[in-house]
Design a protein around this ligand. Structure first.
Ligand code: 4FV
Length: 248
């Protein structure tokens, strides 16, 4: 996958693109990220990239010229299919695992990082295919949201995370929260590991894990349960969980 990032702060991306799983994905060519500084495309003598909002009001707006020229530059250099142009914005579709899975199918994405009060609407009207938000709160810039998007999409690229199985039954993969995880030692300060996990009975273990996944989701994110398509078996297990919770 190739990702072109348009930002006023390209250096913010270096640590995440050179560390850990994402760093390895870049090293082994599974992920190519080009960082473009929007200010490099500003044609005015002071390299200004923002200006006052028409109609008055507080704050500044990212002006059209530097962004138009940055996007022309990035789009003219792509031979193959047109990339998906994404603007990180609080007005966007709220990012979730489903959207991450969809975007992981893309070969080429261009991510625009807003700043100040936002970008001139004409940039959105002419170039933006999708606005994405990482949550209903306002940040100082689109860089952190862009990094969040790159991370959650890149880890779904085959070969990026060591064992592809691990992205199959993780939280949200099935619309449910994950089950509790344990590792050695068996007894830590008197806190022990559920015996079923040491039983070697994989059927019992997967039943316990599914039940605990349902319990976690019911306790922490009941909204997800409403949306989850549960099998008759899962509905049975959920009933047991509810009885146990009523009993406790
Ligand atoms: C944001 C979000 C976000 C708004 C003004 C940057 C800031 C400035 N982006 N999800 N929440 N962006 O707050 O994506 O342009």
């Amino acid at each position: 996958m190739k990702i072109d990032v348009l930002t006023l702060f390209p250096d913010m991306f270096i640590p995440m693109l050179s560390s850990s799983i994402i760093g390895r994905a870049v090293e082994n060519g599974l992920l190519k990220v080009n960082l473009y500084n929007i200010r490099d495309f500003a044609k005015n003598k002071h390299k200004q990239v923002d200006d006052y909002p028409y109609g008055g009001g507080h704050g500044m707006i990212l002006a059209p010229q530097p962004l138009f020229d940055a996007l022309y530059h990035v789009l003219e250099s792509c031979q193959d299919s047109k990339p998906k142009v994404i603007l990180m914005s609080p007005q966007g579709k709220v990012l979730n695992q489903e959207l991450a899975k969809q975007l992981a199918q893309e070969q080429h994405m261009v991510i625009i990082c807003g700043h100040y009060e936002g970008v001139d609407q004409r940039v959105i009207d002419k170039f933006v295919d999708l606005e994405v938000s990482i949550g209903d709160y306002v940040l100082t810039g689109g860089e952190l949201p862009a990094m969040v998007l790159i991370d959650c999409v890149a880890r779904l690229i085959p070969g990026v995370v060591g064992n592809p199985e691990s992205t199959k039954d993780e939280s949200f993969a099935r619309g449910l929260l994950e089950y509790p995880q344990y590792t050695r030692p068996y007894n830590y300060e008197g806190y022990t590991v559920p015996d079923v996990l040491l039983s070697g009975n994989h059927q019992e273990i997967s039943r316990w894990r599914l039940k605990e996944s349902l319990r976690n989701t019911l306790k922490k994110r009941p909204d997800l349960l409403e949306r989850a398509e549960l099998s008759p078996y899962e509905i049975e297990l959920l009933k047991e969980v509810k009885q146990e919770m009523e009993g406790s």
